[in-house]
Design a protein around this ligand. Structure first.
Ligand SMILES: Nc1ncnc2c1ncn2[C@@H]1O[C@H](COP(=O)(O)OP(=O)(O)OP(=O)(O)O)[C@@H](O)[C@H]1O
Ligand SMILES: [Mg+2]
Length: 304
């Protein structure tokens, strides 16, 4: 279970006149996501969706509030500079680096993240890309628990074939189509067998047909994990209302930013497999379009 409690994020900036300025990217977002759920985050550009997702992943620290996964706190990466260390000390209220258990019991969470522009390494083949993340994951383990190179390659091959990339193991990303690259990013995320997959507009760069196929593949793989008694939580940022409704158990709508906060939570209680044209699905889409349209109209009233 993911629990986000009163998450806010402020950025301090220096404007063109050299004056300090604050920007609220996320304001007081609380969200609980039970295991095995698919949740989409929807909202206008700049409302803080990516920021919130990165906070969930522990890639950014919230200014306020906390994230817990299965009850354990999510902490941002360890500080690497003196300035970051001072900030870290203030945040966790300690004096010595070993105090408060912040360094000693840093929990490890099983999270995989797929970024807004797919992050695969262009200089590695498809297989090498997957082996790379498997190697990263095994780095923290005891030597005797680490898988061998052959085992990692076998696993990488297995997940590549799961996403329909069997035969493309030795191709470089540049030799793959946009949809195939997106599949590669998915194979990398799945290969570490995560409990949580966070996706930032994963299908934005592919054409409509590919997109529908990828959505169905994702649902298939998610259902399969459910059968293995290790249900995966998927949290996905999307700009596409039909996609969000078709895939999700719940659609969370953010208010227009800056200072995005949760505006509505729309449950999608339609059993799977779903038809994209199911009247219930279409009705929920229309309700969401109406909310988004309302926000756009409100905004233009202010700006006129
Ligand atoms: N590192 C940063 N420093 C300063 N401001 C930032 C930083 N990252 C994001 N912001 C600001 O925070 C707000 C939210 O950004 P974010 O990327 O989370 O939006 P988003 O909802 O993902 O938008 P989009 O749909 O366009 O991807 C924006 O106003 C953005 O300019
Ligand atoms: Mg974004």
């Amino acid at each position: 279970m993911i629990e986000a409690r009163s998450i806010s994020k402020f950025f301090s900036l220096v404007n063109e006149k050299g004056l300090a300025e604050g920007l609220t990217a996320v304001l007081n977002v609380s969200l609980t996501i039970p295991d095995g759920r698919i949740v989409s985050l929807l909202g206008p550009s700049g409302c803080g969706k990516s920021t919130f997702l990165e906070i969930l992943a522990g890639l950014q620290a919230p200014t306020d509030g906390e994230i817990r996964i299965d009850g354990r706190l999510v902490l941002e990466p360890l500080p690497s500079t003196r300035k970051e260390m001072e900030e870290y000390k203030r945040r966790y209220r300690f004096i010595s680096p070993l105090a408060n258990g912040v360094f000693t019991d840093r929990p490890k969470h099983d999270i995989a993240m797929i970024f807004q522009d797919y992050a695969v390494f262009p200089w590695m083949t498809a297989l090498q890309n997957v082996v790379f993340v498997l190697r990263l994951r095994s780095a923290g383990k005891r030597r005797s628990d680490r898988p061998s190179r052959a085992e990692m390659e076998e696993k990488a091959g297995f997940y590549l074939s799961k996403v329909g990339l069997a035969g493309a193991e030795n191709k470089y990303p540049a030799q793959l189509s946009g949809g195939m690259r997106q599949r590669l990013a998915l194979a990398r995320a799945l290969s570490v067998e995560p409990k949580i997959i966070l996706m930032d507009e994963p299908f934005a760069a592919v054409d409509a047909l590919q997109r529908e196929r990828l959505q169905d593949d994702l649902l298939y793989l998610w259902e399969e994990a459910k059968g293995n008694a290790s249900p995966i939580i998927i949290v996905m940022v999307s700009h596409d209302v039909p996609e969000a409704v078709y895939l999700s158990d719940e659609v969370v709508i953010f208010s227009p930013g800056p200072g995005g906060t949760v505006r509505n939570r729309i449950p999608v209680d339609v059993p799977r497999p779903r038809a994209r044209t199911d009247p219930e699905i279409v009705a929920i889409q229309e309700r969401i379009f109406a909310i988004l349209q309302y926000d756009i109209n409100q905004e233009s009233m202010y700006t006129i």
